[in-house]
Design a protein around this ligand. Structure first.
Ligand code: ADP
Ligand code: MG
Length: 728
């Protein structure tokens, strides 16, 4: 009997909902474990408080003496909450979060000891982190990098540890993490957008980029998940026949949340509240056992930190509820995968969302300026944006006819399309008073009404305007949002800078009025970026053809997609905007391309092992039972047995064919892997993994899945899809 599988199923059935006791009213517990403004007010002197707030709001430097005071207050606050350790918390280029805990505890000699934490320890640390990927920036001899405090993301307590969000940089100055380039990109978009805002309101001093992510995930019983080596080692199932019932009936979507899952969510949400992550929405997703969690949007750097933190604590809370969280983009074949919509907008320090239509023609001109510039930015850099979300796991969605295609396009809805069409007809140069009035009254004046009934949301679009924000939907569920947010904010910053130059030129050289100049530039942008607008079905073959005609990229696999990162254009872009130096950009490319090969390599090994060591022996065992049966029938029925044992003999043959299919393809795969491993060039190696190794997964899986249907359920060793997906 398949002991492990049945043991796991039995255990999973014994898993009852873990009781949940609310930690308090949400508004009361919100941010309790965060060293936020409120806490700082209580613990810091007025001067120190203001110094820190200025650092957060304007990026000003924090005085050394203030850092000492902040550190000491953080420690005092943390000690009241039973904290013993502190850590610099950062996001290395593995995409996960990293921490190394040190105790506050220090000895003073002669048996005396104290709790100590000073400014030096707060501001900078040198973790021995030489094993994190650096894309060759640090060779291992000079394996020193340091972490430095990011005051714009508040320190928080997790468990008994005080966590201080930090950047991670090499001693030579290059960023070794996702946060540093993000902060630089946010700074770039702030500067560029603020300049453009001044056309409309001179009082605007700062523009902030906002992010609201929507995290999709699967919840699987922990024992069942642990019984599958593929889930344990790769985060997804590499084989498994589709269950008789999948998601056809759509009976899971927005359905009532099962109690076990609900208690997990409540627990998780309480943890989020304590940590100041403003989670708000939870619901069932399309696939069985698939769910979504979304917060209220926040400033982008904080939102990225919060999402990284969330992904970490999800796993811990899940474990308490005997669940395993699968963040992989495609844990189960034939069933919807998971994404992480990144809702993005820009807002001013005067409280205006620049992507929200306003009440006056002037505020709508401001809206249109940012709206059209964003579209133009995506148009000009679609391939780079695609590269920002490329990973081995996200290829299962983007390249495979599943929620958004690999072709980047922008959806804006019919009404805004009409507005853009009209603006395209604006006269070149000076506008007559009649035309100005017409534009103000009937074109841009009408936008707010228009949007109210703009409810048709195209779910297949990878980049959609949804009323007051753009939704970048192609981001993978496992991804660190830092990467796509860096690229999006950088391309918009670049675009806004160009816009400002062009408008100023028209004002200076052609003597146009400000609004005339803006209309003129917008008109040209609309014309130039039309190709990126698409309202139809993103999954259709017709769109693939059409997109090709329009010259849009369609990079279905990560090795192909990533190349855009190191194009001359991209290198220059990041450099010009001070987001990443050429070395930093190339290092990330190298890391990502190598990570791709390693992922496929690991999956290949795991699949080969399971197929040969679990599936084939099981099939042989069952085949022997059949053979024994046929021999018995032969003994009883002699000459007639062939007719009587027809089905069994057919089965014996079919099993042999599939065993053969597995063995030849595994052998082929191993050979292909060996060849790929021998390739020195990381890019060619990734391509070999992509086009020579990976396709064999499907052939191996095909035979394994067929055997799953043929072999006695009692002996099948791997927990089946129906058990993984429907056990509550
Ligand atoms: P859905 O897209 O699923 O219909 P919503 O539109 O309500 O859901 O919001 C999804 C996410 O978008 C939430 O995290 C929400 O906070 C965020 N969001 C709403 N407005 C903005 C905005 N102006 N900028 C960034 N994110 C936003
Ligand atoms: Mg959404």
């Amino acid at each position: 009997m398949a002991t492990l599988r049945f043991h796991a199923v039995k255990k999973s059935m014994a898993h009852k909902p873990i009781s949940y006791t609310p930690k308090g009213r949400r508004s009361d517990i919100f941010g309790q474990n965060v060293f936020n403004e409120n806490t700082m007010r209580q613990y810091l002197t007025k001067d120190a408080f203001e110094n820190v707030i200025n650092a957060i709001k304007d990026g000003k430097k924090i005085d050394r003496s203030v850092a000492d005071q902040v550190a000491s207050s953080m420690k005092d606050w943390a000690l009241t909450k039973g904290v013993t350790h502190y850590t610099h918390w950062f996001q290395p280029l593995t995409g996960a979060t990293a921490e190394k805990h040190d105790a506050f505890f220090e000895t003073l000699g002669e048996g005396l000891s104290i709790e100590k934490f000073d400014g030096n320890q707060l501001v900078q640390q040198e973790p021995d982190a030489s094993s994190f990927p650096s894309g060759g920036i640090r060779n291992t001899f000079e394996a020193r990098g340091y972490t430095a405090w990011d005051p714009s993301s508040p320190a928080f307590i997790y468990g008994t540890t005080l966590c201080i969000p930090t950047i991670f940089v090499a001693y030579t100055g290059e960023a070794l993490d996702y946060k540093t380039p993000l902060l630089r990109a946010l700074n770039a978009v702030d500067k560029a957008a603020t300049e453009v805002c001044k056309y409309f309101d001179k009082n605007i001093k700062k523009v902030t980029s906002s992010l609201g992510w929507e995290q999709e995930y699967f919840l699987i019983d922990k024992s069942l998940a642990a019984s599958r080596p593929d889930i344990t080692l790769t985060g997804r199932t590499l084989l498994g026949h589709a269950p008789a019932k999948g998601q056809q009936l759509d009976d899971h979507y927005f359905g009532s949340i099962p109690n076990r899952a609900l208690n997990f969510m409540r627990d998780l949400e309480d943890e989020c509240m304590l940590l100041g992550i403003p989670v708000k929405t939870r619901h069932n997703e399309v696939a069985p056992n698939q769910f979504e969690l979304a917060p209220i949007f926040e400033e982008a750097n904080l939102a990225v930190d919060h999402n990284s933190l969330l992904m970490d604590i999800m796993g811990r809370v899940a474990s308490k509820h005997h669940f395993k969280v699968l963040l992989h983009e495609k844990p189960f074949a034939g069933i919807n995968g998971s994404g992480k919509h990144n809702n993005w907008s820009l807002s001013t320090d005067t409280g205006v969302n620049l992507l929200k239509p306003g009440k006056t023609p002037m505020s709508n001109l401001q809206f249109l300026t940012f709206f059209v510039n964003t579209i133009k930015a995506v148009h000009d850099h679609e391939e780079l944006l695609r590269a920002a979300i490329a990973s081995a796991s996200n290829d299962h969605r983007l390249g495979a006819n599943e929620a958004p295609p690999a072709i980047l396009s922008v959806f804006i809805g019919t009404q805004l399309t009409k507005v853009l069409d009209e603006l395209e007809g604006v006269t070149k140069g000076k506008l007559s008073p009649e035309e100005k009035t017409e534009l103000k009254l009937n074109v841009i004046g009408k936008i707010p009404d228009v949007l109210l009934d703009n409810t048709d949301r195209n779910r297949t679009s990878p980049f959609a305007f949804t009323g007051n924000k753009f939704e970048f939907r192609a981001v993978g569920s496992m991804a660190n949002c830092g990467n796509p947010m860096t690229v999006l904010n950088t391309i918009v910053a670049k675009q806004l800078k160009d816009f400002k130059i062009e408008v100023d030129k028209l004002i200076d050289k052609k003597d146009l009025k400000k609004d005339e100049a803006i209309f003129n530039v917008i008109r040209e942008y609309i014309k130039a970026s039309k190709n990126i607008l698409f309202e139809g079905n993103g999954y259709s073959e017709a769109w693939e053809k059409e997109a090709k005609k329009r010259g849009l990229s369609n990079n279905k696999t990560t090795p192909e997609a990533l190349k855009a990162k190191i194009s001359e254009k991209a290198l220059k872009l990041f450099q010009d905007l001070d987001v990443m130096s050429e070395i930093e950009t190339k290092a990330r490319y190298e890391i990502e391309i190598e990570a791709y090969s390693m992922h496929i390599q690991i999956e290949g090994r795991v699949l080969g092992d399971i197929a040969r060591n679990h599936i084939v022996p099981t099939a042989v065992k069952y085949q022997n039972v059949l053979i024994e049966n046929v021999q018995g029938l032969k003994a009883i029925f002699e000459g007639e047995f062939k007719n009587i044992a027809k089905e069994q003999i057919g089965l014996i043959q079919a099993i042999s064919e599939h065993i053969e299919g597995i063995n030849t393809n595994v052998t082929k795969m191993i050979t292909a892997r060996k060849k790929a491993n021998a390739i020195e060039n990381p890019e060619e190696k990734a391509l070999a993994y992509c086009h020579k190794v990976k396709p064999l997964f499907d052939d191996i899986r095909y035979h394994c899945d067929k055997l799953e249907l043929l072999v006695d359920d009692e002996v099948w060793p791997l927990t089946k899809y129906r058990e993984l997906l429907f056990t509550r």
